[in-house]
Ligand binder design. Structure first.
Ligand code: NAD
Ligand code: ZN
Ligand code: ZN
Length: 346
C-alpha cells in the first residue's frame, strides 16, 4: 500500500510503498477513504532530533475515515464495509478517564507506549490503517467521509475547549477566536451554534478573515500588536469572556492576556511554543488559562451530530495521496483555507 511517512528529522514527508497490514486479534483494518492534515503534524515535523520522541519512519495522519476492510479475531459490533471514523487519542482503556470516554486524558498511555495513530503509531494517511480496538471507531452512517473526517480533530478539539466555556458565554458576552484555520474556522461555527456570544475572529491574512466572516464571525480583526486594543474597543472596554487561541505563539498569548475580560478564560489550543504567565498584573483579576487537549469519545459522537444536522460544515481542500507532501507545504505556508484532506484511493 501507499503511505505518507515522516522518515528523517527535518525532511519533508514522503510517499512510500509498504506491505498491506493485517489485523491481529481484536484489531480492525480500515480502508482509508479520507485523512486530514493537521498543523500539529507540522509542529511534530519541526521538532529538533533531541525532542522528537517517536520511532521513525512514522506514517502520518491522526484524522481518519473509511470502511472496515477486515476484522481481527474476536471483534464484534462492526462488519466489513461499514463506514467509520477514527477516534485517535488512544488511552489504556481500563482507567477511570478511559471509562468516561476521556481517553485524551488517560494518565497511563505515555508510560504504556500507547500513542495516537499518526502521532507515534502508524497513522491514517495511507491506503490502509490498523486500528487497535473497535472502541476507537464510530459509525459514520451516510455522512460523507471526505467532509466529515476532520470532525475527529478540527471539530472535536475546539468543541471540547468551547463546551467547558459555555457557562461564560451568556447573551451579551464575547468570544475571541485567534487563528481562523482548520480548527479556528470550525470554532467560529461551534460558537455560533452553541452560544449567543458575539464572535470576534483574528488572523493574519485578509483571505482567512474573509473565511472567518463567511462562517459566522460577527467581527474580524487583523492579528497584530494592536489587536487586543481593537477587541477592547469592540467590547466597550470589557474584553472577552472567553479567548480561544488556535495559534499558541508568544504574540497570540500576549494578545489573549490583554484581550480577556475580568474573570474570563483563555484556552491555549495552539502549540506554537507560546506560554502564558498567569498572576495578578499579568492577566485581569480572576482570569484563568487552560491547555485543553483534543476531546472525548462522547464529544466525538456529539460533533458528528452537528455534522449530520448541517450546523457545522468544514471547508475542505482535497489532495491525492501523491500530493500529500504538497498539502503539508501549503498548510505550512498558511495557504490552506479550511482543512486539507488526503484521499488515499483517489
Ligand atoms: P492551521 O494552519 O489550519 O490554522 C492556523 C491559522 O492560524 C491559520 O489560518 C493562520 O493564518 C493563523 N495564524 C498564524 N499566525 C497567526 C497569528 N499570529 N495570529 C492569528 N492567526 C495566525 O492549523 P490547525 O490545524 O487549525 O491547528 C491550529 C493549532 O492547534 C496548531 O498549533 C495545532 O498544532 C494545534 N492543535 C492543538 C490541538 C490540541 O489538542 N491542543 C489539537 C489540534 C491542533
Ligand atoms: Zn491534530
Ligand atoms: Zn486510561
Amino acid at each position: 500500500m501507499k503511505a505518507v511517512q515522516y522518515r528523517t528529522v527535518g525532511a519533508a514527508p514522503e510517499v512510500v510503498a509498504l506491505p498491506d497490514p493485517e489485523p491481529g486479534p481484536g484489531q480492525v483494518l480500515i480502508k482509508v477513504t479520507a485523512a486530514g492534515a493537521c498543523h500539529s503534524d507540522i509542529g511534530l515535523m519541526s521538532l529538533p532530533a533531541e525532542r522528537f520522541r517517536f520511532p521513525l519512519p512514522m506514517t502520518l495522519g491522526h484524522e481518519g475515515a473509511g470502511t472496515v476492510a477486515a476484522l481481527g479475531d474476536g471483534v464484534t459490533g462492526f462488519a466489513e464495509g461499514d463506514a467509520v471514523a477514527l477516534y485517535a487519542p488512544w488511552g489504556c482503556g481500563s482507567c477511570p478517564q478511559c471509562a468516561r470516554g476521556s481517553e485524551n486524558y488517560c494518565p497511563h498511555s505515555a508510560r504504556l507506549g500507547i500513542h495516537p495513530p499518526g502521532v507515534g503509531a502508524p497513522g491514517a494517511m495511507a491506503e490502509y490503517l490498523l486500528v487497535d480496538d473497535a472502541r476507537h471507531l464510530i459509525p459514520l452512517g451516510d455522512l460523507d467521509p471526505v467532509r466529515t473526517v476532520s470532525f475527529t480533530d478540527a471539530a472535536l478539539t475546539p468543541y471540547h475547549a468551547i463546551k467547558r466555556s459555555l457557562p461564560r458565554l451568556a447573551p451579551g458576552s464575547t468570544a475571541v477566536v485567534i487563528g481562523a484555520g482548520g480548527l479556528g474556522h470550525v470554532a467560529i461555527q461551534l460558537l455560533r451554534t452553541l452560544s449567543s456570544a458575539r464572535v470576534i475572529a483574528l488572523d493574519v491574512t485578509e483571505e482567512k478573515l474573509e473565511l472567518a466572516r463567511e462562517v459566522g464571525a460577527h467581527d474580524v480583526v487583523l492579528s497584530n500588536q494592536d489587536a487586543a486594543r481593537r477587541i477592547r474597543e469592540l467590547t466597550g472596554g470589557l474584553g472577552a469572556e472567553a479567548v480561544f487561541d488556535f495559534v499558541g505563539a508568544r504574540a497570540t498569548a500576549e494578545t489573549s492576556a490583554q484581550a480577556v475580560a475580568i474573570q474570563g478564560e483563555i484556552a491555549m489550543v495552539g502549540i506554537a511554543g507560546g506560554t502564558l504567565p498567569v498572576g495578578i498584573g499579568a492577566v485581569p483579576y480572576g482570569a484563568s488559562a487552560v491547555a485543553p487537549y483534543w476531546g472525548t469519545l462522547p464529544e466525538l459522537f456529539e460533533v458528528l451530530e452537528l455534522a449530520r444536522s448541517g450546523a457545522v460544515d468544514i471547508h475542505v481542500e482535497t489532495f491525492g495521496i501523491d500530493e500529500a507532501p504538497l498539502a503539508y507545504e501549503r498548510l505550512h505556508a498558511g495557504k490552506i483555507n479550511g482543512r486539507a484532506v488526503i484521499l488515499p484511493h483517489g
